[in-house]
Design a protein around this ligand. Structure first.
Ligand SMILES: Nc1ncnc2c1ncn2[C@@H]1O[C@H](COP(=O)(O)OP(=O)(O)OP(=O)(O)O)[C@@H](O)[C@H]1O
Ligand SMILES: [Mg+2]
Length: 330
């Protein structure tokens, strides 16, 4: 039986990006909205790593913030373990929130510089009432060791650590509430390449040890390739393709996925016609009609400029592209 930990349905988030000064100059209401996340649907199964990839501005961090409750959806629903998430702060929501955590790109910005590491890690333990008194210190010491640091590090401040060590502290803090599900937003992008692999290995070990489920967000295909079971590809706030990790790399269905893969020299596949990277990401305030990728697509057809394509089932997932449903040349 499929055990879905997180189910996101039709998730949409718009931002009001009106310029107040423009309204004053023009003496009229000139509202502008940006749709950062547009009707996104996906599910994550227990124990798996589901990755979201996409270029800068594709909506990755907005999705992360919506899931952990830092932002409110404009439309759509998020359910955790079958329970719909709400913005209310009742006991039920509090209990639910304990069960998922988030790791951010910049471990320095996410750790309070004035707090000792021990206090940083202890805070969720106390907030959720998971331990008290000396047990809190014992738990902090255990968590520091779990992430490859030492119990004595509890007395130090974040600035005394390297970037990789700080990310270990952020991971220890995330683990402190005994979560089942962790949203990792570019967890290694701010780190040196040599340190990235260590942190990714640690994340994988912790996943095995604690049965964690991850939503891994990254712009880096080589990171998701080695971590993810399934991958969703985002373009301008929409999921254009979802597939098993292996399948996505060997048999990409959406032209944008192919373009992304071909932009990474190591991943460019032999025996497949390359899709050269052309054009730039359009302005999300005024996106193209239909399939928003159509101005950059080498296979664009008339139909692509009309209604957005629906998700069509593929071998291991789905893709939103008229090439999968229309006879070529229509
Ligand atoms: N608070 C906000 N107000 C207005 N626009 C926003 C806000 N947050 C995000 N956006 C816009 O929403 C879009 C998606 O942003 P988001 O940060 O989710 O992208 P991302 O995929 O995480 O990018 P990156 O790889 O650079 O981190 C962008 O066009 C961004 O400018
Ligand atoms: Mg981001």
């Amino acid at each position: 039986m499929v055990d879905t930990v997180l189910q996101v349905e039709g998730l949409t988030r718009t931002f009001d990006v009106s310029k107040p000064w423009l309204n004053r100059v023009l003496e009229r209401d000139h509202k502008q909205f940006l749709t950062a996340v547009d009707n996104v649907t996906f599910g994550i199964e227990r124990g798996e790593t589901f990755a979201l990839v996409g270029e800068s501005g594709s909506g990755k961090s907005t999705i992360a913030k919506l899931i952990v409750g830092l932002l409110k959806p404009s439309r759509g629903t998020i359910a955790f373990d079958g329970q719909p998430m709400s913005f209310e702060s009742g006991t039920a929501m509090r209990n639910l929130r304990r069960r998922f955590q988030m790791i951010f790109q910049d471990p320095f910005a996410s750790l309070n510089p004035r707090w000792r590491v021990g206090e940083i890690i202890a805070e969720p333990i106390r907030t959720f009432g998971l331990a008290s008194g000396a047990d809190v210190h014992r738990e902090v010491a255990r968590l520091l060791e779990v992430v490859g640091l030492s119990a004595t590090d509890a007395g130090k401040f974040p600035h005394e650590f390297s970037g990789g060590q700080r990310q270990r502290i952020a991971i220890a803090r995330a683990l402190s509430s005994k979560p089942e599900f962790i949203v990792c937003d570019e967890p290694t992008s701010a780190l040196d390449v040599s340190v990235q692999a260590q942190i990714l290995n640690l994340m994988r070990d912790l996943q095995d040890e604690f049965g964690l489920t991850y939503l891994l967000i990254s712009h880096d295909l080589s990171v998701v390739r080695h971590m993810a079971n399934r991958i969703g590809v985002l373009y301008l706030g929409r999921i254009v393709e979802v597939a098993d990790s292996k399948r996505l790399f060997t048999d990409p269905q959406h032209p944008y996925t192919r373009m992304l893969l071909d932009a990474v020299p190591d991943l460019a596949l032999s025996g497949r016609r390359r899709t050269p990277v052309t054009g730039e990401i359009p302005n999300p305030i005024n996106p193209p009609s239909g399939c928003t990728f159509h101005p950059r697509c080498p296979h664009v057809m008339d139909i692509c400029r009309g209604d957005p394509p629906a998700q069509t089932p593929t071998a291991t997932g789905a893709a939103a592209c008229y090439l999968l449903t229309e006879p070529v040349g229509s």
